[in-house]
Design a protein around this ligand. Structure first.
Ligand SMILES: [Fe+2]
Ligand SMILES: [Fe+2]
Length: 284
């Protein structure tokens, strides 16, 4: 996928990208426009758009730190918020409707169990989205304003939610009995599989982008100090090396911990290695 590919060809080759176009608030009717041209026309960053497409279509693709640096946080956040809205206001009500159809004429106990499970799932999903929107996305906003992330970064679990969808699928697939020619249940299950895949991609995008975007934004000085910390230097030694006060070193260290969510020296060392700031061989 490249910026000079035609939009129409891109979508013909990977139709799931249609959803990305929609959730980035871009319109259709590209004509012969390339990705670059259409993104410019729609006020979106082409590089960010393509990165989201790549993560969505390939389970193995993970953007590098340099690529993440180039991405536009505002576009990512817009996309994620819009995705949340499309689950809450589009897909969940549709799921509701389809479940109700399937449950027509079934025993009350079956209706009750499935409904209660679904209601719980919906509220869990809403809680998860709210946490992200209130606690995590504002950190991305701060990056675009060139400020510091103003919220503690929450490491969050999407696993629970994906598991619950699978449970719902299994309940409907294995433990509810149907007559022949019940196409409604086939429709519902197909819809649930699509929903499961959609949410899994959503979680993957968040994992690939949100934390690295926030964490990758250490300033050059913070990176230098992190390397010293990882190499076992004391605050006094670090202060002397950069000709700054111990107090300033401490402030940098506090910021590093806030941005990365990592406190211990061992953890910071591991982080510095993973980010390619130091070579594992240089640690003794
Ligand atoms: Fe999310
Ligand atoms: Fe999430």
């Amino acid at each position: 996928m490249t910026g000079n590919m035609k939009m129409a060809d891109l979508i013909n080759s990977a139709p799931e990208i249609l959803l990305i176009v929609e959730r980035l608030g871009m319109s259709l009717g590209f004509g012969e426009s390339t990705v670059e041209e259409w993104c410019a026309h729609e006020g979106r960053d082409a590089f960010t758009f393509l990165a989201i497409c790549n993560i969505s279509t390939s389970g193995n693709y993970k953007p590098t730190e340099a690529e993440i640096e180039k991405m536009k946080a505002a576009d990512v956040m817009y996309f994620l918020r819009n995705s949340h809205d499309s689950y809450i206001y589009g897909l969940l009500p549709e799921l509701d409707r389809q479940i109700a159809l399937v449950m027509v004429g079934r025993p009350d106990s079956e209706k009750k169990v499935i409904n209660e499970f679904f209601v719980k799932f919906k509220s869990e999903l809403a809680r998860h989205f709210k946490l992200e929107e209130e606690k995590i996305f504002p950190s991305l906003e701060a990056l675009d304003r060139k400020g510091q992330p103003n919220e503690k970064v929450f490491r969050h679990e999407h696993g629970d939610i994906n598991e619950k969808i699978q449970d719902l699928i299994n309940l409907l697939l294995k433990y509810v009995s149907y007559g022949t020619r019940e196409s409604r249940i086939t429709d519902l299950l197909s819809f649930l599989y699509r929903f499961r895949e959609d949410l899994a991609i959503h979680s993957r995008i968040e994992d690939c982008l949100i934390l690295p975007m926030i964490e990758g934004k250490l300033s050059p000085r913070e990176k230098e100090i992190l390397v010293c910390v990882a190499q076992g230097m004391q605050n006094k030694e670090i202060a002397a090396r950069f000709d700054i006060s111990v107090f300033t070193v401490m402030t940098h260290r506090k910021n590093i911990t806030e941005k990365t969510g990592i406190k211990s020296i061992a953890g910071l060392t591991a982080y510095a290695i993973l980010q390619g700031l130091i070579d594992i061989e240089s640690i003794n």
